[in-house]
Design a protein around this ligand. Sequence first.
Ligand code: GAF
Length: 390
Amino acid sequence: MDYQSLKEEFNKAFGYEGERVYFSPGRINLIGEHTDYNGGHVFPCAITMGTYGVYAARKDDQVRLYSANLPDAGILTFPIDKLDFDKNDSWAKFPRGVMYEMAKQGKTVDHGFDLFVHGDLPDASGLSSSASIELLIGNILNQEFNWGVDQMTLIKNGQAVENDYLGLNTGILDQFAIGMGKKNQAVLLDANTMKYEYVPVELGDNVIVIMNTNKRRELTDSKYNERRSECEKAVALLQKGGVDVKTLGDLSQEEFDKDAYLVNDDTLIKRARHAVIENQRTLRAKKALSNGQLEEFGKLVNASHVSLHYDYEVTGKELDTLAETAWKQPGVLGARMTGAGFGGCAIAIVNKANVDDFIKNVGDVYKKEIGYEASFYVASIGDGPKEIKA
Ligand code: GAF
């Protein structure tokens, strides 16, 4: 949506002129899945799809919110000092959560505001619509209330909203990918040290196609927290056996293979093996992309999906159908699920000349196998949160 239409939409919702327009992206993760909370590496990029917000200050202490994506919710209202979590809160939980967590650092607002929001990310699809809105609100309030905090503070605050306010035990991947997004760049993050490095995404004649299963992925409904605690149990068993390890990201594949017997449980060994090898694979994939070895990069992308299917068991029929069908199409370098899994989206790296046929063929197979349609978008890699000018 463009600047003018967003201003008009604000006007329709609130009956006067909004002041400033902001944008926060969604993200795809190229590789490095379920590694962030295991002290490993992730390799995501922000995309040009995301969440727009139009802001205007109010003189009183009321926050009023309107989402074009949830028109039935109407205008949601709360006073600036009522920030406690309320499970009936609809999407107001995000601005309230951001304000609640930032208030812990002494960053507050001293008057109300009206906010119109419009997102073009499919909801609960694994492209981080929640982190997108957390970073949108964090960046708006940082600018409008002169908080003077840096992007990393807003990123960590977004994660605190998930972990402490909403009770979801997620890692830093989503908020980091969005907050640090840069046009045409992926970013390799070591989630253990928080050191990061940008890598240009130069795919030659290829583009990234996002494939949406249209199966909603709700982290709360999923086995996300279970996977996380399975990995923690594996680490505890390795430590008990005398291995000097803090996270699975500390281990090479050889070290893990040597000590895996200490874990002594088939399921826990599979979970840990994924975390260890996926971390190593992510480093190899970053190297391959940096060196322009696109075929090698694509193979590592495929191997990531296989590991998420067999060892981590977070794919499911919908994501497997998309990835496995994609692998068989001409002009495809690689394909894998992206994000937490259990539904949501997959990505494929496809030669530009093959994209139309690719979408048709994968779409047809998906409809036949699953019974409803998948959606496809060609991804553009974009910047992090920013104000948009006229
Ligand atoms: C979700 C989480 F929010 C991330 O922190 C990450 O663990 C991801 O699943 C899996 O890689 O997006």
